[in-house]
Write a new protein. Structure first.
Length: 133
């Protein structure tokens, strides 16, 4: 893993959250994107070498909606950048980590992604991501 690529924050409403984070970070939202496979709309901010990703559910039964219902708005996951997501998935699986998907899938911001089950990471949802292209 190269670095923390982004921190994902679950929010109820992007229309409220984006202006708040623009003020907080003193930086504009550079991208909004719908990720239909995950039932979310995302908004990204750059802060130094890292990014913040806000996630709003597009489905009341979606993962983010259920997360907010259970835990409230807040940090949802930490994403780490990798140059070879498949090799990193193989390495972590051999180390005993539980992958939530066996193959990388298309994520937001032009990335292939894979998540690790929080039961194996002391309660923190970890995302692996690799830039496409």
């Amino acid at each position: 893993m190269l670095k923390i690529e982004h921190i994902g924050i679950a929010v109820k409403n992007l229309e409220t959250a984006i202006p708040l984070y623009e003020k907080l970070l003193n930086s504009p939202c550079y991208k909004k994107e719908v990720v239909a496979s995950e039932n979310v709309t995302t908004a990204f901010f750059v802060q130094g070498p890292n990014k913040i990703e806000l996630l709003e559910s597009t489905n009341p039964e979606g993962v983010i909606a259920r997360f907010i219902e259970k835990k409230g708005e807040g940090i949802h996951h930490i994403a780490f950048e990798t140059t070879d997501i498949r090799a990193e998935m193989t390495r972590l699986k051999k180390e005993g980590f539980i992958l939530l998907n066996e193959e990388p899938k298309m994520g937001a911001d032009n990335k292939l992604v894979c998540f690790l089950h929080p039961k194996g990471t002391m309660g923190t949802l970890i995302e692996l991501c690799q830039e496409i292209g």
